[in-house]
Design a protein around this ligand. Structure first.
Ligand SMILES: Cc1cc2nc3c(=O)[nH]c(=O)nc-3n(C[C@H](O)[C@H](O)[C@H](O)COP(=O)(O)OP(=O)(O)OC[C@H]3O[C@@H](n4cnc5c(N)ncnc54)[C@H](O)[C@@H]3O)c2cc1C
Length: 592
């Protein structure tokens, strides 16, 4: 449990300490065992079938899902009274991270355990849970989630599928087409969204055997070819009234809250995939010789390995910090609370901003990793014989589903400003202070005896930069800021980078005393490498926001402030990168 419980987005307006963050080094023995078991399952059971799965022999996916059920991997988030394990989010993120090495299978697993099963856990009635939950957590049945339609993707509430009550009042007759359903062809139960009387957006639990439901052909995809993606076609599909999930007209709550979970789990899964891809890249770099030496010995390759390692370290720090935030918050809700899952959902929703950050940041880290891993492979990265090619194709979807990265980015300042207007986050007050400090020169000296003093000063400054741009944007555009998407995207990038660099530095500070001198050097090198990149990216995004928002003297003043608040002395950066790369090359894997 952390020293104090933080509110969502509070990191932007307050200082956090190392004792406030959960890190992978804090895993319990039980959590580690679950992680190792998942790793072994992927290695021994899934990998031998990977080619067949890629060729859409989905019977293997169905069998492996049952095996996951036997191992308890489908019941991590399910309540004990229905046979679940009800473990914390850190454990379910660790399982998601470890399963990701299985490629397409992990997409089927995530859809089943996340968006497929959780709506039932959170919103199901007792009889609904009695009927379906046991089947889902044992792997006897597979679950899917049908929100998207051909004409409504990001605009999910624009769905056209509709439900009409039958004359005898016993059924809803569902009509419409759901698009891009993961597990479409193998699922037995669909959480499906349709509008009652074409108006009230509602969730339904729809069995595969429902009369009037049919499954479309497999989509021919760029990547994750071994996961089923189909349309679900509803032609007067007869769904019993008792299969309405939650309240009629309240389907949006289910759809969006479950996406928060989908997003942080995706963050964990892509971080695992990034480690896996990097390991492949390092192995190849050690093996491949050009000009009489392994390509891993060239500075150009070392720089890539160092940058990617540092990015993954930040992604990993970020997702487990988020797991800790959510777990601490959820632990404050007594099990006997009336409407427990309502409170539970609100607990997760509190961190909707951090969930969106995890989705965007970690999926973009994976994008960087797979791109550079192809590059490290040269021409061999471009052919199917090497896994780099599949990593590259499989990565792309992560920036599209669970809300595109644009939609997720815009959510970040959108939610923040709404909360600020409600007085939940003192954004304007802190922004005023940031403006004041902009006018007053700072002569504070860094205390070198404090670990990561330069990085901590940077983080405090970056928050000032954030407050200056977000505060100016909010003041200038007011409610109309929602229409200034370019501004929102730039502000989001500042917020994302701050959460990432702060998570990375606080984790490093927490783990440092427990490490040998050699390991300490590697951690310090990763922190320097990432802090430099984050400072540069934040400066770019903040500058862009300033140009979008202001002009004339106020612009000049803002740019001056941004220059000051994004300054980072990265002396020794080259040596740090080389040391980090050497450690990774020697270990032939992601080193942390
Ligand atoms: C392999 C795969 C599996 C999937 N699995 C599932 C699943 O299991 N269940 C499910 O329900 N869905 C699933 N999806 C659907 C996925 O979530 C959607 O594709 C995604 O939400 C984007 O919707 P869209 O494809 O209609 O794109 P659009 O919404 O049309 O977006 C197109 C582009 O416009 C941008 N855009 C859209 N609206 C805005 C806006 N307001 N402001 C700025 N930019 C905007 C987007 O960011 C994007 O770049 C899956 C998709 C794929 C490809």
């Amino acid at each position: 449990m952390a020293a104090r419980i933080f509110k969502g987005a509070e990191y932007l307006v307050t200082e956090s300490s190392k004792d406030d963050v959960f890190t992978p080094e804090d895993f319990s023995d039980e959590q580690r065992q679950i992680g190792q078991m998942t790793e072994q399952f992927v290695l021994n059971e899934v990998m031998p079938l990977r080619e067949e799965i890629e060729h859409q022999q989905f019977q293997h996916v169905v069998k492996l899902m049952k095996k996951c059920g036997e191992l308890g991997l489908l019941m991590i988030d399910a309540p004990e009274e229905y046979g679940g394990l009800e473990l914390d989010k850190a454990t379910s993120m660790l399982a998601a991270e470890k399963i990701s090495a299985s490629g397409s299978f992990s997409v089927a697993y995530s859809a089943h355990t996340g968006i497929g099963t959780l709506p039932l856990v959170y919103y199901g009635t007792e009889p609904q849970k009695e009927k379906y939950l046991g089947k889902l957590i044992s792997g006897e049945w597979i679950a899917a989630y049908c929100l998207t339609e051909p004409d409504s993707g990001s605009d999910a509430l624009g769905a056209k599928a509709y439900a009409t009550l039958s004359e005898d009042g016993r059924y809803y007759l569902l009509n419409g087409t759901k698009q891009f359903t993961t597990n479409g062809a193998i699922a037995d139960l669909y959480t499906l969204f349709a509008k009652v009387d074409k108006e009230q957006f509602t969730a339904f639990l729809v069995e595969r055997s429902t009369e009037g439901l049919s499954v479309g052909p497999e989509e021919k995809k760029l990547g994750i070819k071994g996961s089923s993606t189909t349309q679900i076609i509803l032609d007067n599909a007869r769904v019993p009234v008792e299969n309405v999930l939650g309240e009629i007209g309240k389907g949006h709550k289910i759809a969006f809250n479950v996406l928060n979970v989908g997003r942080f789990k995706l963050g964990a899964a892509v971080t695992g995939a990034a480690k896996n891809a990097l390991e492949e890249g390092i192995r190849y770099a050690n093996m491949r010789k050009q000009f009489g030496r392994p390509i891993a010995s060239f500075g150009a390759i070392k720089e890539k390995i160092a940058d990617l390692t540092a990015e993954i370290y930040a992604a990993e720090s970020l997702i487990y910090r988020l797991a800790g935030l959510i777990d601490d918050r959820l632990a404050t809700i007594p099990k006997e609370t009336a409407n427990y899952y309502d409170a539970y959902q609100r607990g997760i929703e509190e961190y909707a901003i951090e969930c969106a950050i995890a989705k965007v940041f970690c999926s973009e880290v994976l994008a960087d990793v797979v791109d550079e891993v192809v590059q490290i492979h040269g021409g061999y990265g471009f052919v199917q014989e090497y896994p780099a090619e599949r990593f590259y194709r499989d990565e792309r979807i992560n920036r599209i589903f669970e809300g595109t990265n644009e939609i997720n980015r815009m959510l970040i300042p959108g939610i923040l400003l709404t909360r600020a207007m409600k007085g939940e986050i003192p954004l304007q007050r802190e922004a005023m202070k940031a403006f004041e400090s902009l006018m007053t020169p700072s002569f504070e000296e860094l205390d070198d005896s404090v670990p990561f003093a330069a990085e901590k000063a940077l983080i405090a400054d970056l928050k000032q930069a954030f407050l200056v741009v977000a505060g100016t944007g909010a003041q200038k555009f007011r409610e109309k800021i929602k229409e200034e998407q370019e501004v929102l995207l730039a502000i989001a990038d500042v917020a994302i980078n701050i959460f990432a660099v702060e998570s990375c530095v606080l984790r490093a500070e927490k783990m440092l005393p427990k490490l040998s001198e050699a390991k300490k050097g590697t951690v310090v090198a990763a922190v320097k490498t990432f802090s430099y990149a984050a400072a540069e990216k934040t400066a770019n995004a903040a500058r862009k926001a300033a140009y979008y928002i202001e002009e004339g003297d106020p612009l000049t003043m803002m740019l001056g402030g941004i220059r000051r608040f994004t300054k980072y002395d990265a002396t020794g950066l080259l040596q740090a990168k080389r040391a980090l790369a050497n450690a990774a090359i020697e270990a032939e894997r992601y080193v942390f």
